[in-house]
Structure formats: structure tokens, C-alpha cells
Design a protein around this ligand. Sequence first.
Ligand code: ARG
Length: 461
Amino acid sequence: MTQEKTWSQRFEGSLHPAIAEFNASIGFDIELIEYDITGSIAHAQMLAKTGIILPEEGEQIVAGLEEIRQEYRSGRFNPTIDAEDVHFAVERRLTEIIGDVGKKLHTARSRNDQVGTDTRLYLRHQIREIRRLLREFQTALLDLAEPNLETLIPGYTHLQRAQPLSLAHHLLAYFEMAQRDWERLGDVYQRVDICPLGSGALAGTTFPIDRHYTAELLGFSKVYANSLDGVSDRDFAIEFLAAASIIMMHLSRLCEEVILWASEEFRFVTLKDSCATGSSIMPQKKNPDVPELVRGKTGRVFGHLQALLVLMKGLPLAYNKDLQEDKEALFDAVKTVKTSVQAMTILLQEGMEFRSQRLAAAVTEDFSNATDVADYLAKKGVPFREAYNLVGKVVKTSLAAGKLLKDLSLAEWQELHPAFDADIYEAIAPRQVVAARNSYGGTGFAQVQTALQNSRALLGS
Ligand code: ARG
């Protein structure tokens, strides 16, 4: 198949078909088409404003580009690999629609500053979308936390029972992580929101362009001050992938907990049919596919971050074709983060149910109130380390006797230390153990109640 060459007449032969396919990015950068059209419209308007092209030429170009947008949206524009990439595809179609005037669009521009602009426009939009989805995830966490202020759940360190918690407090920990994720994306946005258009291929242009005007039309807050930097850095994409990786890392930790909680060993949650699947061979199984998949997809996003860092580290200034490889990483990361946040939101909203009876029983069946015995003595003047050692001893003897701390008689307590009184039983009851941790940010109900209110206020609902 011979094709009209997309680049200059300097070339005599045509590309080997396999190389043409290898070189082409249209298979994936079609994702950028709307941003490419928007960027080109701003460029054409700037060319007209500065007198580089005639006003009516600018208008024709803009109208032609809008027509391509409509063709694409209605499924009538499907460029194939002979167009090489989305930028050539749009330019070629423009010339088909409006004739030779279309050939003026690329004046004072290179695909290098063009693709940089498209990618930033795309990412700005996606960051706004992901932040919106994070807000929905936070809302789901809060909706689940609010009715569970006084539901108790064992708290762990080293995956060993440590101290009981308010379930709301546990869920709000993820709310806080998501809040930082949301803020972090806002920070990244500032570095994505810089316009490279007008950097040309690498050195700027001989035309009297107005870069600030194009940036303003496209809603960018700044323009790149250095043309080489503008066309060749991808720090904004790396920063986005780092923020995306952190979001996935946070989700993955929640996933791991849900998977544990749904196991027969924990039995803290029941998975609902809407978010669980069965086994093809074991009829009794109900599998936590959603959290497992999100946990699994986390590795993909980490991989994209790594790929882009490695892609960049050896690149001399300015543009190198290696940079074409940034797109699939970004697109896949964006899709993975969006669908994962969404899936986790649904899981929280309707995919699982906490087993309150089982949770209530769980917090009474261990030694997670041992610290409270030590605190009890310390409040009566016994130095904490001494109290700690005494309680360690009583845990050991109780374990040997098959007893829990609540089973000890007052005489046994007093034998251990005369400071013990009948109020020890109240002090080590799970509800009291949780309520008493009323230090700022702790699990005490009063603290968590305030945290719930603050979180609700933060969401503005
Ligand atoms: N498809 C290319 C990319 O994604 C567009 C820029 C091409 N520039 C060039 N000088 N070959 O990076």
C-alpha cells in the first residue's frame, strides 16, 4: 500500500508497512483527539489575531476543526495508521474539508509543542475527574462511618490484636488518606497547568506569535518560560503517576483489609452478591474479587510510574520519539485509577456489610484491654513501666489458666497490686477502653464524633 507521505518531500521511498505500524501512535493517541482539536482552535485563533493568517482563514480553520469534532463524536471519523498520529490525522482531514487553507494551521507550530499541549489538556481534565471520584469515595466512607461510631472493631499492630477501636475511626483513617490524595492531585494540577504551545520544535519560532493569548484561550495559568523545557519534559506526567500510585496504594490497603475481614478467620464483613463472585468448582465460595482486582491493578500503576521515570532518565534535550511512549502509560493509569476508585465506592456503598454481633464478640475475646490495666495503675501513681510489667505477668498467668482479664476476681487483682479497686472492671470493658482514648485524633467516641462532623463539613454536604 502506498500512502501519501505525511512528512516532507525529502523522502523518496515509503515506510516499510511493519515500520509504519511500529511508528504509528494513532491506535492509542486518538484518545487525545478532542484536546488536539481544542488546542488547534486556540492556535488558529492566535494566528489570526496576530495577523500571521487572515481572519477569514482563521474562521475557516476553526469551523473545519469543529466539523471534525462532530464527525468524531458521531463515529464518522476513524483515522487509520496511515495517518501516523492523531495530529497528522486531524490536519489531513481539515485539509480535505476546507481545502488548502487547512495547510496553514501548522504555521509556527510543531507536533512537539502540540502533543505536549494535548497531553496537558487531557491530564487537566482527568485530574478533575479523579478528584470528583475521590469525593464520592470519601462520601461513601463517611456514610458508612457515621452509623458505626459506637461499633467496635479490634485494632491491630503487626496483625496482632492491639487495642479496640471505633469502626468509624478505622474508616475515617481512609477518609483522611483520600483527602490527602485529593489535595495532592490539586498540587500536581498546578504543574500540569502550564502551556508549552509556541515552543515550536524546540527553539521557538520566527513568527510573531502570542503565547500568552493561546494559553489564556486554553485556560492555562502559565506558559513555559523555556522552549526546550516546554517540549521535552514530562515531569508533570511523572508527578501525576506518583499521585496515582499513592491513591492505588491507599486503596490497596483497604482492599487487603476487606479481603481479610471477609475471610472465615475474621468474619468481620459479609460480601453482598452485587460485588462478589463464586467459584466454578467450589459451590460454597464467595470471593472478594473487587478488592482483589484493585489490589492487583495497583501494581500496574506503579509500573507505569517506573516506566516513565526510566523513559526520561537518559533523554538528551529536547524532543525524542521515546516520548511517544508516555501516552499508553498515562492512559492506562488514568483508566485504572478511575475504575478502581469507582469500584471501591460501590463496594462501600452496597457491596459489604459489617457483622455487628461478631465484631461485638471479637473485642471481648482477647487481651486488647491490657494497656488499660497498666494505664489504670499509672493513674493511681504506679510508675507506668512498673505497671506494664505487672500486667505482663497477669496476662501470662491468665493465658495459662485459660482466662481473660475480665474473668479475674477482685481478690486476684488486689493480690497483684493493692491499688486495684472494683472500678477496674469498668475500666477494662471494651466500650470504656475505646471511649477513654479521647486524646486529639484518638478513637474516643467524642473525638471521632468531632472528626465525623469535620469530615462532613469538608465535603460541604
Ligand atoms: N506522536 C508523537 C508523540 O506522541 C507526536 C510528536 C511527534 N514529533 C516528532 N518530532 N516526531 O510524541
